[in-house]
Design a protein. Structure first.
Lengths: 346, 346, 346, 346
């Protein structure tokens, strides 16, 4: 079983993650981890911090000569802007953000104590962890990718870019829809035997838990609601040398909570960033008088980055499901077990 | 922390669930549990089994004089149709169902070995557990409800009913969209401090893990994708005697992974049932030759029931989050802790 | 990962357990489960209840034609003496028992609300679960046994029996030391990579969690405290056809938190039963005046039974560790993975 | 719920730990953390590394102005001797160590890949985490301490020191028995309702999981085996102003898996260190020929340090149990809940 804990505040010393359960004997190329961190910072509509931070992960444990030892891997990404104790206090919660609920929950008197952790900066850790999981998945020829489907209701590259430019001009923000796909998954990950073992549920939790994500769907998703069963279920065929196959993939690669061997297709909606340069109505929590919401340095649109974070969340779930099915100690052993299974079901 | 395990096959002796972590001193009215089981069996478009089974829960542990003892509660719902070992074998997997993936995963040679557990019958256990959680939530004035928003693309009572009748006539099936709402939640459940503590992610897992659910959204959900931030974030106000308040609830009651005190609003899509009376193309797994999919006794439309199951899944997550925040031993103690908190944040 | 939840009160309807994570394709012989339940009831020094209860498990889920389906197994053992709601209230806590601490923790006013769950009767569930795990372990030639080492300081069969007879005569109780052994474990279960993965720690938790157990040791145990390292560490040799071997087994089969291929040897102390027929000083919790402790029907000595329960606790941990290392879906697949590993390390 | 993951190799860059679940508003004095790290390095019989390493923790997350934010705390302790990739390979496993079992389990060809993580150096992380937990426990007036009871069978300060000197002279190692005590625990931590909730079992796992620990006992421990129940159970009394009280504490503060309000008393045996300067018989794993075991820089006796590590393991379990019972968000809230409970049960 793969476990991870992430830590770190937006303007703290560093973002840190420990990944426990990665098997021994996996070659880790730090460049690939850093490429993923770079991908997370990209996309049109990003703010100045993305120029300020040039995230680079350091690995503090779990490796010798770039090979995993079976022991926990620690990733540490320094914050260039380490200033948490010098920053001004924040008193006007941003609508859409954890600010107000976090303040009340924890009994704070300064919203900074919420926003430093409830920050999309924390997704650096997820992407680092996800990068390690992708390297593992790569050994099983599982490839994960993402793409933007729409931004602010627009769905062509040009119109999406225009929409983001408009949002920048208006000091507003804009969200959108992205898709994550995973090719090469074996049939049989996840299970229907207990609710919390279902692969779709685990993916849903991982992706909805990314800051700003408000919807999740698998395959045809809510599109299933408008059709008859006969129109949407993926009929089953068999061909010599290819085994069982489908001509459609409305299920998005999961049936009954289990991967069915087809491509995994997930979609999610990233809401517009909650920090607006043209702030919304709020209340000063000290006086309870009307006030404009706090303005923090922020981005205008992060749908592309959200896709990268979602790939990572997805990679963690899939790597975990592979370890669960095929064992957990060394890459060689797990690959051998995997191959025996693939051979058996072919 | 609340834990549960459910068990039982569709035509086994019984459906069983153990709920661990319910505090001492809660009065359990078995009638309420059975009412929920009844609600799960209702709705236009249900098949004959729903008439056959008149589910009644028995409580085998955890109670004395209808008061919880703090020890695990066991629910047992007998299957009237206990025949698992006499039923015919199944060789043609149903598209959309766990049949094929489950067979390959577990190395079975008879699809019955999959479908007996990968059956919506298992949701009886979830509803029973959910009913217990609702009784607990009721002590905190949290009320959960659900309603159908659309069936097969239709969204008025009459047109939905017509669509289901059409599906019955066509020996087809049809899905739809339902909504779950929870009123009375305190601000501060769930957290942003670690991904797996976010309330939205936990709700997503719980609801996507219900058989047949293919999408999940919170509040405005994918509707966030078409607007500017300034149009959709719920501005914050304050009024004497009422505290912080909002005029809109696009967030659906969750900001930053925490309940924000507004009504919880979730939506999900239930796909058309995978068992069609007019079966789809499939393959006989013994011969690998084309075949029509297996036909099991089934329903035509279960969107209303799926809503009831989703209420239950939601109730479990919310009860767990309350215990996490306010302690875990006796109802009286938890309520006292809850009241102190509410008083402090007011 | 193997999970279980147990439930049931001493005079409730039944003792119930759900075991989640057992792979598909394992043949379950209910006779073997019942034999284990019988073994738990045996031993000189048992009270009348053991004659009253003739425990027989029923399996309510997870099986078809005696083969596991990969789905959760439910064991249900009826209580012949189902009377929880008719029994008298208890007001004088027994020293050594959960009575007083449980009452205060949960805010009860009647000690019966504690003692019904905090009863050794709950170990019926553990033994049932353990029996299922033993059947699984048997497939890997792992055999678990236990024996009494001493009772009341006596360590020959005759003197132990005399000591128990003396305790009966004195209306007193007596404890002792037992040993659990597991033969046939492969090298490599558990791990040093994270504290909670260590096999010895997991076994310690499982065994110390049995009611009445106050000490736990592995191999030489506290005997390690009186020797130099050179006298007690098990030197390593190698012989053709046999592989690595030891001439001693002070480590008791675990080094560095991992099984090392030698016999697992554990020892534990079961304290004298807390219910004395000649009751100890206590206090009436309603009046806070001195009183003699409550007298419940009970046993005089249960060291032998405690050994059986400890075997079961041990079986659960070992089965879990095997699934963790070798995968989790079907017995055939796990056995194939196991054999490949054994071959590789030979 | 408190969670932690630790990471780091003996000669890696650093030892790292993330502690998740500590409430907001707790003042952390880093000096106290470093004092605990210092205590771990002390004791007669320690080797040269203890002089080389002067462990100092840095906190990378979870704090602002020394107050916890409710977010995960990261401790990082740099290894002065960061050389993992330059160190020689090791081929002769040390009897008593994870060396051989770890090598086979993970399929390594160099024992260094085992010993770098399976090293007592990892206990630095545990002590750091434990120090944070002690600061939390201190707010509830819970104080944890430890002391050596015996070394190599000797139990006076002078004879213990002589025994260690003898071991140094003989190039041997020596173990011993230590005791951990916790004063000030409230009645009601842990529970009998499910095996894995018992406080004694959780403490046993935590302490047996410390490298080198081979036995664990609570209170009178194995001493219970030689007496009648009437001689050892702690009779219950009541006195005005003091509430329920005992004249003896054989139970060691736990009855029925729950803290009973008396002092917690635990004992454990630390075996002699497995690395001997006068190495034992072993086998070269490349040639399978006889060889002397590897010699690594090491200590002669670490019983005192093991006591400090066990205090830490204990602190983690107790802090977790307090959060479980009294809630989890802010120190102020938890303390208020705690006080209400104490008042109620008085």
């Amino acid at each position: 079983m793969l476990r991870c804990l992430t830590a770190g505040e937006s303007h703290g010393r560093a973002i840190v993650a420990i990944l426990e359960g990665m098997p021994a004997g996996l070659k880790i190329d730090l460049l690939k981890v850093n490429q993923e961190l770079k991908r997370r910072q990209a996309g049109f509509g990003r703010g100045k911090r993305m120029q300020l931070e040039n995230d680079r992960a350091e690995i503090f444990s779990g490796l010798k000569n770039n090979l995993t030892l079976g022991s926990p891997l620690t990733l540490l990404i320094k914050n260039n802007d380490f200033s948490i104790e010098k920053l001004y206090k924040v008193f006007s919660p941003r609508p859409g953000h954890a600010d107000l609920a976090g303040l009340l929950k924890y009994g704070f008197t300064d919203i900074r104590e919420v926003l430093e952790r409830a920050s999309a900066r924390s997704t650096v850790a997820s992407v680092g962890i996800g990068a390690l999981c992708k390297i593992f998945l790569n050994e099983f020829n599982v490839r994960i990718s993402s793409r933007i489907l729409s931004v602010g209701g627009e769905n062509t590259p040009g119109s999406m870019r225009d929409k983001i430019s408009e949002a920048i001009r208006l000091k507003d923000t804009v969200g959108g829809i992205f898709e994550v796909r995973a090719k090469g998954l074996p049939v049989g990950l996840g299970s229907y035997v207990q609710a919390d073992k279902r692969l779709d549920g685990r993916l849903a939790q991982a992706i909805i838990s990314i800051p700003g994500i408000k919807s999740f769907e698998v395959g045809l998703g809510s599109g299933y609601a408008i059709s008859f069963g006969s129109e949407v279920h993926d009929e089953i065929y068999h061909a010599k040398g290819k085994g069982y196959l489908r001509k459609t993939n409305n299920a998005g690669g999961i049936e009954g909570g289990i991967s069915n061997g087809e491509e995994l297709v997930l979609r999610a909606c990233m809401k517009p960033i909650s920090t607006l340069m043209k702030p919304l109505d709020s209340v000063n929590i000290k006086t309870n008088k009307s006030s404009k919401a706090a303005v923090e340095r922020s981005d205008t649109c992060v749908v592309e980055a959200a896709g990268v974070v979602a790939e990572s969340a997805c990679a963690f779930v899939l790597a975990d499901a592979i370890l669960e099915k095929f064992g957990s100690d060394s890459l060689r052993e797990i690959k051998a077990n995997y191959k025996s299974y693939i051979k058996r079901i072919s």
